[in-house]
Design a protein around this ligand. Structure first.
Ligand code: NAP
Length: 290
């Protein structure tokens, strides 16, 4: 029998991901801390739950796509939280970006209800979420992954099993460590070149024509040329993820010097009141006053 999917978190990512589940024909029920953000899903035919607790009563697969640990704890274990209705038939899939140590602990806490658990954060931002081309980084047991695979296939173009619970989150922190430094590097190049009179346009032409070209730089080109940064991946989330990556590096005894520098740049953006802009705004930190 087809399962009912409960989706918690109607943010930049959650709305298009849940819409893709509806479009693929799955029976979806949603909820969000701010209920008005459920409107696009209601229009698409999904039921809107009164609370996470109500959602977990009606759905056996529960997906969370929320800011971070505080939000996930609130929606699962807070007042009217989903955990009240978890049981041995439930599968909880946390797709939010969180520290690996939090994911391992969450697997244990969900296990106390005899429910299954996957951590499955994503690589890709707003556009891949809309296009259903995210890359899903899954941690947990293979049998849970097979149960979730049809849902992942509706939201992404690839699912990679990274290892046990926590491994998906560790992969996500590893990817974002690279992402943060890559964009800071491009921003530094553009700011450096402009000081010497090079045009931003010509520099982007050169980067995108040669061996340093990649989808990320191509995607950010328009923002960097126009100096306007509508959020796809907000700078506040990059600052959060780099903090988690640095905390994890500390726990594991790994070196992450480039990430230390990149983290400071994104923190400066957030401190300047620009945390809701796309993280490509890091260019303004390097180019001139925030
Ligand atoms: P977002 O637009 O900022 O949405 C955040 C969601 O979390 C909203 O549903 C928000 O509810 C909820 N939330 C925040 N604090 C909460 C709390 N204390 N209690 C309950 N709910 C709370 O974020 P997003 O861009 O969709 O990102 C979601 C997750 O995906 C994050 O972990 C992010 O790092 C990760 N991610 C994002 C991207 C991207 O490009 N945007 C890419 C990959 C991964 P309200 O609507 O009520 O505020």
């Amino acid at each position: 029998m087809a399962e009912r999917i409960g989706f918690i978190g109607m943010g930049i990512m959650g709305v298009p991901m849940a819409l893709n589940l509806v479009r693929a024909g799955f029976d979806v029920i949603v909820t969000n801390r701010s209920p008005d953000k459920c409107a696009p899903l209601a229009e698409a035919g999904a039921e809107v739950a009164e609370s996470p607790e109500d959602l977990a009563r009606k759905a056996s697969v529960i997906i969370t796509m929320l800011t971070g640990p505080h939000a996930v704890d609130h929606m699962l274990f807070g007042e009217d939280g989903a955990a009240a209705n978890l049981n041995a038939q439930s599968l909880v899939i946390n797709m939010s970006s969180v520290p690996p140590s939090y994911s391992s602990d969450l697997a244990r806490r969900i296990g106390n209800y005899r429910a299954g658990f996957l951590d499955a954060p994503v690589s890709g931002s707003k556009k891949p979420a809309e296009d259903g081309t995210l890359v899903i980084l899954a941690g947990g047991e293979a049998e849970h992954l097979e149960r979730a695979r049809p849902y992942f296939d509706a939201m992404g173009k690839a699912t990679i099993h990274c290892g046990p619970a926590g491994a998906g989150s560790h992969m996500k922190m590893s990817i974002n460590l690279l992402l943060g430094s890559m964009l800071a590097g491009l921003a530094e190049m553009l700011a450096f070149g402009e000081k010497g009179g090079l045009s931003r346009d010509a520099m982007l032409d050169v980067v995108l024509a040669g061996p340093l070209s990649n989808e990320l730089f191509a995607m950010k080109r328009e923002m960097l040329e126009q100096g306007e940064y509508p959020p796809q991946f907000p700078a506040k989330h990059m600052a959060k993820d780099l903090k988690y990556a640095l905390d994890t590096a500390h726990e594991l005894g790994a070196w992450a010097p480039a990430t230390h520098l990149a983290a400071q740049l994104y923190r400066m953006l957030v401190a300047g009141g620009r945390g809701d802009e796309d993280f490509a705004a890091v260019f303004d930190v390097l180019h001139g006053p925030v």
